[in-house]
Design a protein around this ligand. Structure first.
Ligand SMILES: *[C@@H]1O[C@H](CO)[C@@H](O)[C@H](O)[C@H]1NC(C)=O
Ligand SMILES: *[C@@H]1O[C@H](CO)[C@@H](O)[C@H](O)[C@H]1NC(C)=O
Ligand SMILES: *[C@@H]1O[C@H](CO)[C@@H](O)[C@H](O)[C@H]1NC(C)=O
Ligand SMILES: *[C@@H]1O[C@H](CO)[C@@H](O)[C@H](O)[C@H]1NC(C)=O
Ligand SMILES: *[C@@H]1O[C@H](CO)[C@@H](O)[C@H](O)[C@H]1NC(C)=O
Length: 364
């Protein structure tokens, strides 16, 4: 045999054979056990059935909803007619699907482009096998900017869009589960888009740990690009489940402030019915509670009743004069380089370009 030279292949083969034998054995043993335990059961019948019945998508109670309308659709049409929301194109971008969320009464899809504002578009629905659900498409409209809202369909797991009902849609994307009766996070942060050549690892850690000190427990990140070293810290926070991440693949040479609008809309869709309050800030912005009595943002916000949708905060700018550190060197370096400790030249407190904490569910 050529086993000597191909020993790895032989071992692999043996391994698979071993597995198959093991499976057969345990299956036989299980059915035997069932027979012994309860002779009224007929495991042999089950075996025959499972070998011929095609896989069925599971029945999930939350996914048995069909709706015919999109909430607030008429209001959105009225706003489109009144030119509310921006309609400028970002650098002639191509449309790609970013993410899709399912709520109790609708589904939303966000794209990486805002050029389609007010255009008609078809929602396309797919089951767990990524097969299109027949007779399910719905004509909707882009509003605001890069968001499309769709009614619900039973058993949907993936969504796509097309510009007419015959066109072959883009590859569908999975639904993000947001069918919560009540939000599962109290206060979260929608972090402004991360891009550029500066190494962000320390800034990301300082940012997250700062907000955790004031009892923020969840973060929605959006990354256009970041170096591999900085990406490690993002992956660590993903591992602990404290953040979620939207990556926007971008073909653009430059990324400018307009990309914040994409991120704000996408984060709004993610946080809706997921977080009660959202702090909208960039990675270099810190919310500071000046009253020592107040220990958490949540307790600050809990004094507001349900009619309050947004709370504004005055700002103070701090001058940053050096680049963030490339790589970790020592603990002393960390204390020296944390931007919140390092810089202290600041502007007076102003209400120009003030920051907000808002309740995502209040945006119609
Ligand atoms: C056997 O099946 C009967 C009827 O289905 C059931 O009442 C009984 O609890 C089962 N016994 C065992 C040991 O599973
Ligand atoms: C909206 O904008 C379009 C094109 O810029 C313009 O023709 C129209 O009059 C505007 N409508 C309103 C209500 O301002
Ligand atoms: C397709 O759906 C529409 C509306 O939901 C319904 O009126 C129509 O009968 C359906 N057609 C088929 C072939 O199922
Ligand atoms: C809710 O809070 C707002 C702002 O603090 C206040 O103006 C309003 O009267 C309150 N409404 C109720 C029903 O308490
Ligand atoms: C501000 O920072 C400089 C340099 O880091 C330091 O020398 C100075 O004492 C600081 N001032 C205050 C008021 O903290």
């Amino acid at each position: 045999m050529t086993c000597y030279r191909n020993s790895v292949k032989c071992m692999l083969l043996l391994f698979f054979m071993g597995l198959a034998a093991l499976n057969t054995y345990s299956y036989w043993r299980d059915s035997l056990n069932v027979n012994i335990l309860n002779t009224s059961m007929h495991p042999d019948v089950t075996v025959e059935q499972s070998s011929i019945t095609p896989f069925q998508c599971p029945f999930e109670p939350w996914n048995q909803v069909h709706s015919d309308i999109v909430p607030n659709e008429n209001l959105h049409l009225e706003w489109i007619q009144n030119n509310i929301s921006r309609r400028d194109n970002i650098l002639e971008s191509q449309i790609r699907l970013l993410s899709s969320s399912v709520y109790l009464d609708h589904i939303s899809i966000t794209t990486n482009s805002q050029r389609s504002y007010g255009q008609k578009v078809y929602c396309r629905y797919y089951n767990c096998l990524r097969e299109e659900i027949s007779n399910s498409s719905y004509q909707s409209i882009f509003f605001p900017m890069n968001v499309i809202r769709c009614p619900r369909r039973i058993g949907v797991k993936y969504m796509s869009i097309s510009f007419d009902s015959e066109e072959i849609p883009q590859e569908p994307i999975p639904l993000v589960y947001r069918v919560f009766e009540a939000p599962i996070h109290e206060v979260s942060v929608c972090v402004g888009p991360i891009y550029g050549s500066e190494s962000k690892w320390l800034e990301v850690a300082e940012f997250i740990e700062h907000y955790k000190l004031i009892r923020v427990r969840y973060f929605y990140f959006t990354v256009f690009n970041m170096n591999e070293y900085s990406r490690k810290i993002i992956d660590e926070y993903l591992r602990t489940g404290e953040i979620e991440l939207t990556v926007i693949q971008s073909e653009y040479k430059t990324i400018d402030w307009q990309f914040h609008l994409l991120q704000i809309n996408e984060c709004h869709q993610r946080s809706k019915h997921h977080s009660k309050w959202v702090i909208n800030v960039d990675i270099d912005e810190r919310l500071v509670i000046l009253d020592d009595e107040i220990k958490s943002v949540g307790s600050l916000l809990s004094s507001y009743n349900d009619t309050v949708a947004e709370v504004g905060f005055a700002i103070r700018r701090i001058q940053k004069t050096e680049k963030l550190p490339e790589k970790y060197e020592s603990d002393e370096q960390i204390f020296f380089e944390m931007e919140f400790l390092k810089y202290n030249v600041s502007s007076p407190i102003t209400w120009g370009a003030y920051k907000t904490i808002y309740r995502p569910v209040k945006v119609p």
